[in-house]
Design a protein around this ligand. Sequence first.
Ligand code: AKB
Length: 320
Amino acid sequence: MKKILITGCFGQIGSELTMRLRRDYGNDQVIATDIRRIEGSPLLEHGPFEILDVMDQRAMHRLAEKYQVDTLIHLAALLSAVAEAKPQLAWQLNMGGLMNALEVARELNLKFFTPSSIGCFGPETPADHTPQDTIQRPTTMYGVTKVAGELLADYYYTKFGVDTRGVRFPGLISHKTLPGGGTTDYAVDIYYEAIKRNRYTSYIAADTYMDMMYMPDAIEAIVRLLEADPARLIHRNAFNITAMSFSPAEIAASIQKYLPDFKMDYQVDPVRQKIAESWPNSLDARCAKDEWDFAPAYDLDTMTQDMLEKLSKKLGSTTA
Ligand code: AKB
């Protein structure tokens, strides 16, 4: 992996991954692309940026050729709650964009990474210690695209020999870029509101568990998997990974250790609650550990401490 093209670079994962890869591989080695340009973003200052609509396969091919990349990281996609509100668009963008990216990887012989999600599971999946290989019958459009995406990436590996790799991300928590339209977003919003107002109204019920991960661990996981020895990889495109599993009540309790007056109440959103209930409580990530040494560094309390510190600085508060 020497020269990398990233789609969806301004998204929650893309914005941090681009910076990390530029640090590791050199600014000019990482070509950031997105459907829009966000003026003032550091991504524009530190290396090449190009506008790219992932629905335009020829444009993607042209850019990959222009910069002579050897790796394609495809991140542009709709998240679960937005996909549920716009299922037709979600199918078109999540599957159309992925198919285009896989085709470009096949045509130009590129290494390939795209994320799947805990959204690929459904209500019939075993909810606790969800195995790597298990029942996948998601009841959301997001989940349908994620399962199909895992299979498509496997297919491109077995049929065409494209070096495809991927993980099933849990909810990702970051102090840098906000997620957009996911079910797990409450676990980011809560920290912002804790700093700003010392209270939060959760749209997910108090005792609903979902897997989560702090962004530094997620970025490290992508880099590690892309650099992993292919001979060790059995599950190429859909590794279960997780760093922690918690409920809204537990994340509130973690915040209260640092902000004792923090208050939480609940106004459950039936749409996102239903999605959350159809997802696992906790994943079994042993295959990722065995096949490429996945090892997250943060747990709930260390993440809470870091989030509150970083966000206090960012939002100019002295509460944490
Ligand atoms: C979402 O909530 O849609 C995402 C995910 C778990 O894939 N954060």
